[in-house]
Design a protein around this ligand. Structure first.
Ligand SMILES: Nc1ncnc2c1ncn2[C@@H]1O[C@H](COP(=O)(O)OP(=O)(O)O)[C@@H](O)[C@H]1O
Ligand SMILES: [Mg+2]
Length: 230
């Protein structure tokens, strides 16, 4: 999708979970358009709906009502096979606890999304992605031989390697020291600026949210305010 076009569109999205006999409204009537190459930070206290937003944005789950579109493709209209293709091809995820496979080296972890997409010679692209996050020296290491900041850089390379339309990062600096967090924020900013890949990041940190183009504050599942970052 070209830079500037809408990559993610939430139209009147509500998400209700059921826990035993109790209904939880995780998102309430959320409408938001996010453009190609835009960096959006989602803020708000724990339980306000940030992770739910990211899961819906990545076609990992569906709205109870309303519509979510990725590259103009509406997730609620898709077959299981189409959803699979969207998740594999158009979305990259970054998690708070990195989620690297412990028995695979850094470069093998980065190769996984390409292998899932049927690429039998993923090494060159995986090394390129590692270079982008300044981690090519770490390619042969296992996750337990990496610091938290290094693991997150490798995880970002894995999220990017298949050139997705959007990178969804759920509290990506929540488990990092301030120096590593600054490196990760700089990388996410570069991904939006240089690759023109859309980035949506959930964070508790108002300081890191300020690095984004727009800051969307959620409260009890609703958009409370939308403000400009950098
Ligand atoms: N699978 C689930 N089943 C039931 N309730 C859930 C589920 N996932 C999230 N919730 C609830 O939805 C609300 C929003 O959660 P979440 O999106 O994880 O918030 P955040 O990421 O901002 O902390 C919370 O009240 C949470 O308890
Ligand atoms: Mg969360």
């Amino acid at each position: 999708m070209k830079s500037g076009e809408t990559v993610l569109r939430f139209s009147g999205v509500s998400k209700r979970y059921f826990l035993a006999d109790r209904a939880v409204d995780a998102l309430r009537d959320v409408s938001l358009d996010i453009a190609g190459g835009e960096f959006v930070a989602l803020t708000g206290r724990s339980g306000c709906g940030k992770s739910t937003f990211l899961n819906l944005a990545g076609a990992m789950d569906f709205p109870t009502s309303g519509s979510v579109a990725i590259d103009r493709l509406r997730t609620e209209k898709m077959s299981a096979a189409e959803l699979d293709a969207v998740r594999r091809g158009r979305v990259g995820f970054v998690f708070q606890f990195f989620q690297l496979l412990p028995t695979l080296s850094a470069v093998e972890n980065v190769e996984l999304p390409l292998q899932l997409a049927g690429d039998r010679r993923p090494r060159a692209r995986a090394l390129e992605a590692l270079e982008l996050v300044e981690a090519n020296g770490l390619a042969a290491r296992l996750p337990h031989q990496l610091s938290g900041g290094e693991m997150q850089r490798v995880a970002i390379a894995r999220a990017l390697v298949h050139s997705p339309s959007v990178v969804l990062a759920d509290e990506p600096i929540g488990n990092l020291d301030s120096e590593s967090a600054a490196v990760v924020m700089r990388l996410l900013r570069r991904i939006a600026d240089e690759l023109r890949t859309t980035v949506v990041m959930a964070t508790h940190s108002l300081e890191s949210a300020a690095v984004a183009d727009r800051i969307v504050a959620l409260r009890d599942g609703r958009i409370e305010t939308v403000s400009k970052g950098v």
